[in-house]
Design a protein around this ligand. Sequence first.
Ligand code: IPM
Ligand code: MG
Length: 364
Amino acid sequence: MNFRIGVIPGDGIGPEITAEAVKVLDAVASKYGHTFDYDEILLGGASIDVHGIPLTDEAVETARSCDAVLMGSIGGDAATSPWYKLEPSRRPEAGLLKIRKELGLFANLRPAYLYNELKDACPIKESVIGPDGFDMIIVRELTGGLYFGDRETKEVDGVMTAVDTLSYNEKEIRRIAVRAFDIAMKRRRKVTSVDKANVLDSSRLWRKVVEEVAGDYPEVTLEHMLVDNCAMQLVHNPAQFDVIVTENMFGDILSDEASMVTGSIGMLSSASLNETKFGLYEPSHGSAPDIAGKGIANPIATILSAAMMLRYSLDLDTEADAVEAAVAGFLAEGNRTVDIAVEGEEWLGTSAAGDVIASMVAGA
Ligand code: IPM
Ligand code: MG
């Protein structure tokens, strides 16, 4: 089949890791007889350097016209990069928020699990985690809440005052809750809805709507958890979680925490989906400007994001399985990148790792 895939290399290590994911996609295309046409899209600092803004309307339209978009990472070192001297609405991150909003990417799926082969990388003792590791997915609402509410900084009675607004309506809550329950039905059938209902009105509405949605999923167990407790539980007993559903800001924070607990943030993919099959796929990690251009970044999170794209947007399950199996085979054969190598162990650079995984797909 024929697909158009938008590719956003982005900033920092982004171009290096997306190149490896494209290499793997090319291996998929030739093995399974598909044609993938790639459209390069500028987002973040890469767009600022060319257009002066982090995302042009033309870039949004290009993305919209594709079947799916694969992204590397955006942003630079806020202390040193000239991008961060610009006003907030012109910085790299603003481009990411704009593409999420314009394309209606309200459902952000961020899996976090412990790889058996990489148990030693997990910063939590095995006696705490238990013998079976953990495997959760955070379903983060991505186009509402504090990120998109009205904000203002002004002087009130001679005192500088800043306001950010946290607002959710029941429709926004319902659609993300439905996504979370649908996902739970394909997993271990447990949803933990995370909020701050002991303080926030938006959380009390969140809880009520999630309860209503749960009524349509009698086989799924629903529990509510306050966000501060959830932050603690993630390091205390991560194995208790299957699907976590939460609002934008809480999800931002908890997904970073969950990914770090795996000890292998270079391995974790993510998907941002709208109401249709369309999605934007990107690694869970950032642009790592400190190692950009060195050829040592781990491309696996981006390669696994490409696998998610094959599965969710292009309906190519067999192909997605093949990519995931190639990554598993890569690890099982003892291949490592520097971030997941134990001291003294040999490791592969970005491109060499991509070569091994692509050739495993080709041979699958
Ligand atoms: C993320 C990032 C973004 C967010 C930033 C770069 C705006 O941290 O995707 O988690 O906060 O959503
Ligand atoms: Mg984040």
